[in-house]
Design a protein around this ligand. Structure first.
Ligand code: MN
Ligand code: MN
Length: 442
């Protein structure tokens, strides 16, 4: 099914920035080689003084870059981190179309310290690790069978996807009704800010999941914990509030629990029966089968599934695309008109080029467990460069997933408009796929 039939991938009233027209041309489409120096300086002058200095400092011509791919110029006789370079061939020998400096848009959970406790671990990639990531922050967590992430709440909305195993989650609404459900690999949950909730690993190997918060500077170390609150209320107040004696107050945890082992719970039906009329059944805070649901777009190259407030109403402020790319396939050239893109790579190996204003472009490689960040409105593609399927998440701090396809835009340009901008005869212009396929080849 072509994605445009559903209308979901259609943009809504976005006016493209003229700066995108200043980007160097791609010689793969048979154009005369490059933008002249004079033309480039003119474009940079239009783009503004800060970009002129950035561009001027990067005195690297297209022919330098082309030669560097084949000649000895890129040889590096000094010390190298070979393992890291092997994971990042594109930054080491950039495609000749790359140009200028971009802030880092790659980070790996493998680089972050784990908070390890009895019962599991957690680590995070936030704005502190990836400064461009202002909208969203990610936490990767593991709980062994029976272990809890302590009852807590926080300032940010929490979206999650189960990566392995099974868990039981609960969340209480302000009206006193509690939602409780069991989730497994490929299931999601969404807990609004301030709603108290729990996560417990279930039988077998427990679980691992990715949490995504709608605040870039979120920290997993800054959550409100039940243990911490009770430990810092005077016992005589606890007695008035809960009816617990001083001796009972003394038995409360004196230290933060955060992650801790516990016995496996009974069947979920028991918990639901206990809740009775206080069981929340109207609002669904979990979403089952996100990785196996019917794709919104499916092509020879792969598929894309979208989960946002339209099919998962609880997910009011986070929209998600789950993209699968077969080996060699391409998440087509596009951008998003409504937010920066926070990526998590679940499987495979690929590369992404991000194009910015001021004729800047950088290409970076990704592997499973990595995080990518595309600045708001920046053009990009993702190419599977490995031998297995790539699966990655495109995440946005918004209620609705949207993307603009460059192919679709070209296909909508009247003949003369297209020809004067692309400097191409009409026949190659009309060979471009005429709608947003999301994943290519179609
Ligand atoms: Mn939480
Ligand atoms: Mn994207």
């Amino acid at each position: 099914m072509a994605a445009d039939q559903s209308g979901v991938f259609s943009g809504e009233g976005f006016a493209p920035d003229d700066h995108t027209q200043d980007a160097p041309s791609d010689p793969a489409n048979n154009r005369p080689n490059g933008v002249s120096r004079r033309e480039f300086v003119g474009a940079a002058a239009v783009a503004g003084a800060t970009l002129i200095s950035a561009a001027g400092a990067f005195g690297q011509s297209r022919s330098d870059l082309e030669a560097g791919r084949s000649d000895d110029y890129a040889s590096d006789p000094g010390p190298e981190n070979d393992a890291l370079l092997a994971l990042n061939p594109d930054p080491n020998r950039p495609p000749f179309t790359d140009r200028g400096t971009l802030p880092p848009f790659w980070y790996g959970f493998a680089l972050t310290p784990k908070r390890l406790q009895a019962g599991g671990w957690t680590h995070q990639v936030t704005e502190r690790e990836l400064p461009l990531s202002k909208d969203l922050a990610g936490v990767n967590m593991r709980l062994t069978a029976g272990s809890f992430r302590e009852l807590h709440w926080h300032l940010a909305d929490e979206w999650a996807i189960m990566l392995a195993g099974k868990a039981r989650v609960s969340v209480m609404q302000p009206n006193g009704k509690m939602f409780i459900d069991d989730v497994e690999k490929g299931d999601l949950w969404y807990f609004p800010a301030g709603y108290p909730h729990s996560i417990q690993g279930l039988e077998g190997a427990g679980c691992e999941f990715l949490l995504v918060f709608d605040q870039g500077d979120f920290s997993e170390d800054d959550t409100f914990l039940l243990s911490e609150m009770l430990a810092h209320i005077p016992p005589e107040v606890i007695q008035k509030n809960m009816g617990w004696s001083r001796q009972e107050w003394d038995q409360l945890p004196a230290e933060t629990l955060y992650i801790f082992p516990a016995e496996l719970p009974g069947p979920i039906e028991n918990d639901k029966r206990f809740l009775g009329s206080r069981l929340e059944t109207e609002n669904q805070y979990t979403f089952h089968g996100a990785m196996t649901m019917k794709p919104l777009a499916e092509t020879a190259g792969g598929s894309a599934r979208v989960i946002d407030s339209r099919n998962f109403p609880a997910s009011r402020n986070i929209a998600t695309g789950i993209v699968t790319l077969r080996p060699g396939a391409l998440r087509e050239l596009h951008w998003h008109p409504n937010g920066s893109e926070w990526q998590y790579w679940i499987q495979g190996k690929g590369r992404m080029t991000v194009t910015m204003t001021g004729a800047r472009a950088r290409t970076v490689d990704f592997n499973a467990g990595d995080v990518g960040l595309v600045p708001n409105m920046a053009g990009h593609y993702i190419e599977n460069t490995g031998s297995e399927d790539v699966i990655f998440l495109e995440m946005f701090k918004t209620s609705r997933y949207q993307s603009i396809s460059v192919n679709e835009w070209i296909a909508r340009m009247p003949d003369k408009m297209a020809q004067v901008h692309l400097k191409l005869p009409l026949s190659p212009i009309r060979r471009v796929p005429a709608s947003q396929y999301v994943v290519l080849p179609k």
